[in-house]
Design a protein around this ligand. Structure first.
Ligand SMILES: [Zn+2]
Length: 218
């Protein structure tokens, strides 16, 4: 990115908290209901069904930001996400840095994933760029094509090698509050194990879970 791009990005980050329409970019939902959204990135994979079982065991609902080429490899797992009551949404085709793509290439990437998802969203579809990589250009492209860029307000840090206890400690110290969107990842046994801790933490504060689109919908 050139200097102008960096200046624009800093300005965007300042503005995004207050002025950007929430149809463009969201990090959390409203705080007036006792709900949070659990979000799982980077699947589906060979462990998706085990994750769905763990969610069922703890009566948790989630949103899965899936990678298109993984959906191509594990179509049954992708269908199971929807059939078992969770939300599925795009996390790009190949987990590339979308900020480096041209507008046309980014638009093609979005369309390619949307075409392979098991069920078209009834609502404005959510889109989470890999690494939360947001630039003014990617944000404008996704908004113009009808997507809401969906980031998160609470990072479980499960992408670091901190284990179940580390994940539980991170979430306990940044105690989830109504409207929070929690970032988690598929494929890690530690994350699946930590769902017991997540469920206990939420129950202690009287919080339930909702699909991210429902959380945002009010
Ligand atoms: Zn990712």
């Amino acid at each position: 990115m050139n200097d102008g791009g960096h200046v624009a990005l800093r300005a965007l980050k300042r503005l995004s908290a207050e002025l950007l329409p929430t149809s463009w970019l969201v990090r959390h939902g409203p705080s007036d209901r006792p709900l949070v959204a659990l979000t799982f990135d980077d699947g589906p994979d060979a462990h998706t069904l085990a994750l769905l079982d763990a969610l069922d065991a703890h009566r948790l609902v989630a949103t899965f930001f899936v990678v298109g080429r993984q959906v191509e490899r594990f179509p049954e797992a992708a269908r199971a996400i929807v059939e078992r009551g969770h939300e599925i949404a795009s996390h790009s085709w190949a987990h590339d840095r979308v900020g480096t793509l041209s507008v046309a290439a980014h638009a093609r990437d979005l369309a390619r994933v949307q075409a392979i998802l098991p069920r078209a969203s009834r609502r404005r579809p959510l889109y989470r760029p890999p690494w939360g990589d947001v630039t003014p250009r990617t944000l404008a492209t996704t908004a113009a094509l009808g997507y809401t860029t969906a980031l998160w307000s609470l990072d479980s840090l499960d992408h670091r090698p901190i284990g179940r206890e580390g994940i539980a400690r991170q979430l306990a110290s940044h105690r989830p509050r109504p409207g929070d969107v929690v970032l988690l990842h598929e494929g890690e046994a530690e994350t699946r194990a930590a769902l017991a801790d997540v469920a206990a933490l939420l129950a202690a504060d009287g919080l339930g879970t909702a699909q991210m689109s429902d959380l945002l919908g009010g």
